[in-house]
Design a protein around this ligand. Structure first.
Ligand SMILES: CC(C)(COP(=O)(O)OP(=O)(O)OC[C@H]1O[C@@H](n2cnc3c(N)ncnc32)[C@H](O)[C@@H]1OP(=O)(O)O)[C@@H](O)C(=O)NCCC(=O)NCCS
Length: 121
């Protein structure tokens, strides 16, 4: 992605021994809700098929959100693939009501999700 090497972009990976099995990248980008907050967009959240359902995705996300909070982020958001919405709800994200749409890239159903990283945001 063009912004992969931006100084504000943060990439996270989860390893089992020396194999990268989980990825999550965050790009500084104002959110569709609470535009005034310092926000990062999550993209490329994925766990390798053969190790899904073991808690690795949740663990990498928790680590990433702690690191983003330390960088001053107040909110994270994403265009979540609808088939993964249950994962995000299980890890504390909120669905933006009425945001359901088809991705222009993949043409798959997506919904906007958001998670606050600070009290009262
Ligand atoms: C979605 C994805 C990243 C989840 O990663 P994972 O490592 O398998 O997730 P975890 O094992 O950490 O699951 C954490 C929780 O979410 C739940 N969960 C995971 N995937 C889910 C799904 N697709 N639907 C409903 N719940 C789900 C788990 O049951 C678990 O709940 P629990 O804590 O109550 O047991 C992974 O399934 C994936 O890569 N899918 C294909 C790519 C994709 O859709 N990426 C998201 C694009 S927006």
């Amino acid at each position: 992605m063009p912004r992969d090497d931006d100084p504000t972009t943060m990439h996270f990976g989860g390893f089992v021994e020396d194999r990268l099995v989980v990825s999550a990248s965050f790009y500084l980008a104002s959110a569709p809700v609470h535009e005034e907050l310092v926000s990062y967009q999550l993209r490329f959240m994925a766990t390798d098929f053969d190790v899904q359902g073991r808690g690795y995705g949740a663990r990498v996300l928790a680590f990433a959100l702690d690191a983003l909070r330390e960088e001053g982020a107040a909110q994270v958001w994403a265009y979540a693939r609808d088939t993964a919405l249950g994962f995000y709800v299980a890890t504390g994200w909120n669905v933006v009501q009425g945001s359901e749409h088809l991705s222009a890239e993949s043409h798959l159903p997506h919904t906007t999700i958001v998670k606050s990283l600070v009290e009262g945001a």
